[in-house]
Design a protein around this ligand. Sequence first.
Ligand SMILES: *[C@@H]1O[C@H](CO)[C@@H](O)[C@H](O)[C@H]1NC(C)=O
Ligand SMILES: *[C@@H]1O[C@H](CO)[C@@H](O)[C@H](O)[C@H]1NC(C)=O
Ligand SMILES: *[C@@H]1O[C@H](CO)[C@@H](O)[C@H](O)[C@H]1NC(C)=O
Ligand SMILES: *[C@@H]1O[C@H](CO)[C@@H](O)[C@H](O)[C@H]1NC(C)=O
Ligand SMILES: *[C@@H]1O[C@H](CO)[C@@H](O)[C@H](O)[C@H]1NC(C)=O
Ligand SMILES: *[C@@H]1O[C@H](CO)[C@@H](O)[C@H](O)[C@H]1NC(C)=O
Ligand SMILES: *[C@@H]1O[C@H](CO)[C@@H](O)[C@H](O)[C@H]1NC(C)=O
Ligand SMILES: *[C@@H]1O[C@H](CO)[C@@H](O)[C@H](O)[C@H]1NC(C)=O
Ligand SMILES: *[C@@H]1O[C@H](CO)[C@@H](O)[C@H](O)[C@H]1NC(C)=O
Ligand SMILES: *[C@@H]1O[C@H](CO)[C@@H](O)[C@H](O)[C@H]1NC(C)=O
Length: 405
Amino acid sequence: MVPSGIYILALLALVIAAYAATPQLAPAEQLFSPLVAEKIAKVAAAPPNPIQYPQYTDRVEGDWIWFKPDEWTTGFFPATLYAMHKRAQLCPSISGNASQWLELGRSWSTGEISLEHNNTLGHDVGFVSYPFMLELGVNSKNATAQTAVIAFAADLAARFNPIVGCTRSWDTADPTDFQVIIDNMMNLQVLFASYELTGNQTLVDIAISHANKTMQNHIRPDGGSFHVVEYNATTGAVVARFTSQGYSNSSTWSRGEAWGIYGFSNMFKHTRHLDYLETARRMAAYWIRNTPSDGIIPWDFNAPLVPPRPADSSAAMIAVNGFLLLAEQEKSVFNESGAIYYTNEALRMLQANTALAWRPEWQSLLANGTVNNPEHNNLTGIVYGDYFFVTAGNQLVELGLASCV
Ligand SMILES: *[C@@H]1O[C@H](CO)[C@@H](O)[C@H](O)[C@H]1NC(C)=O
Ligand SMILES: *[C@@H]1O[C@H](CO)[C@@H](O)[C@H](O)[C@H]1NC(C)=O
Ligand SMILES: *[C@@H]1O[C@H](CO)[C@@H](O)[C@H](O)[C@H]1NC(C)=O
Ligand SMILES: *[C@@H]1O[C@H](CO)[C@@H](O)[C@H](O)[C@H]1NC(C)=O
Ligand SMILES: *[C@@H]1O[C@H](CO)[C@@H](O)[C@H](O)[C@H]1NC(C)=O
Ligand SMILES: *[C@@H]1O[C@H](CO)[C@@H](O)[C@H](O)[C@H]1NC(C)=O
Ligand SMILES: *[C@@H]1O[C@H](CO)[C@@H](O)[C@H](O)[C@H]1NC(C)=O
Ligand SMILES: *[C@@H]1O[C@H](CO)[C@@H](O)[C@H](O)[C@H]1NC(C)=O
Ligand SMILES: *[C@@H]1O[C@H](CO)[C@@H](O)[C@H](O)[C@H]1NC(C)=O
Ligand SMILES: *[C@@H]1O[C@H](CO)[C@@H](O)[C@H](O)[C@H]1NC(C)=O
């Protein structure tokens, strides 16, 4: 017989450990402002005819600028409506009617369907798949969504070059010039989503090969990343490493780094290859080391401080989601302290960047997003910044780290 005192002591120790291990930061209160549902519902209620999709806002009034469906960002607004469907289930009192959000998500997705077999989206079929993958989370039997996911994954797989070992990102005039961007790590998800429907292992093999090459050639020893790696399609050799949207060829563009943290955490989740977890950790360490003391994420970590460098709230929100996904992976390998560490970093980043960018009078939820600073497109609202802001709030509620009010 073990004396019951031992049990009590053990229980006490567990309670103390659990307390010490609990993330201590309060999440940004704006996450659950009634304005979140109000603003999104207002945009959703008035779809342009013919359909167009919001991508970013102007810099002054914060009004959405609308784009034709054949854009890499098209999926994010419908995906936000699916995220609000989840939000309404998690936070019924403040977020409206869940089934109405679902209806909106579905109706806003239909404009995309025609893109399935005839689009100019290239590798971005992965981003455009978001609403269809989310639909399958609601109704795994939805044939339209299944067909879209399978078709988009096949589109991406058709861009795979076995000599290079990657899926092609951008199309170039010279077919031997094969450019891969770090963003492409995000598109691999659609390959796994199709694999889950079809059991086609080739899709998983392509994702693994692409991730391995990206790990070798895009990620620097310090955990920073190149935006673009150009390969020779006939020899597979690396021809150049450079930037398109970042500050310089050797800088780390923050949104690319955020895509990488998320993308490698996701690869670990699907494959359990520890190299992916280690890569996500190294990229996260770079991110944390290079975040200024005010916590505001600049558009490029190496951009000069003078004149003041524009923030990119979208990079921050993607990274918040990336850190939460990384925390979940640490938990899955029983690294509780690692999980708490990344969760706290996510909360800190969410707090600081929301305080900067929350803009009640704009149509977007957040301002201070930078789409493409070299093209002078900075300090706007961005549809994927808003999407990842809403999903961050949902996850914190699901994790028991935030309440809806
Ligand atoms: C939510 O909306 C659906 C469909 O529009 C409707 O049938 C349902 O009654 C609504 N639920 C509530 C609680 O208002
Ligand atoms: C199936 O999903 C699509 C979007 O992917 C949506 O437009 C459609 O309404 C859904 N169908 C049903 C029956 O829910
Ligand atoms: C499909 O793509 C082809 C060539 O890429 C183009 O000529 C055609 O107009 C497109 N069709 C539609 C309906 O967009
Ligand atoms: C699996 O996917 C690959 C890449 O899209 C495709 O070439 C192949 O035909 C698929 N296999 C089957 C059995 O459908
Ligand atoms: C790729 O290599 C081939 C053969 O060596 C060469 O002809 C071609 O110009 C190269 N292309 C690039 C983009 O380097
Ligand atoms: C990819 O990387 C993993 C982990 O390092 C390794 O186990 C696997 O063999 C690699 N696969 C390919 C196709 O390169
Ligand atoms: C950046 O790399 C590109 C592609 O290799 C090259 O054309 C360009 O000259 C480089 N820029 C600088 C400033 O070195
Ligand atoms: C945030 O955006 C506002 C304008 O919307 C701008 O005045 C401010 O300088 C921006 N701050 C940063 C750090 O980007
Ligand atoms: C737990 O995670 C932290 C942060 O990534 C890492 O430094 C540490 O090595 C991990 N511990 C184990 C046992 O894997
Ligand atoms: C931000 O964009 C504006 C024009 O849209 C441009 O004038 C300004 O130089 C950009 N800021 C920086 C720091 O590049």
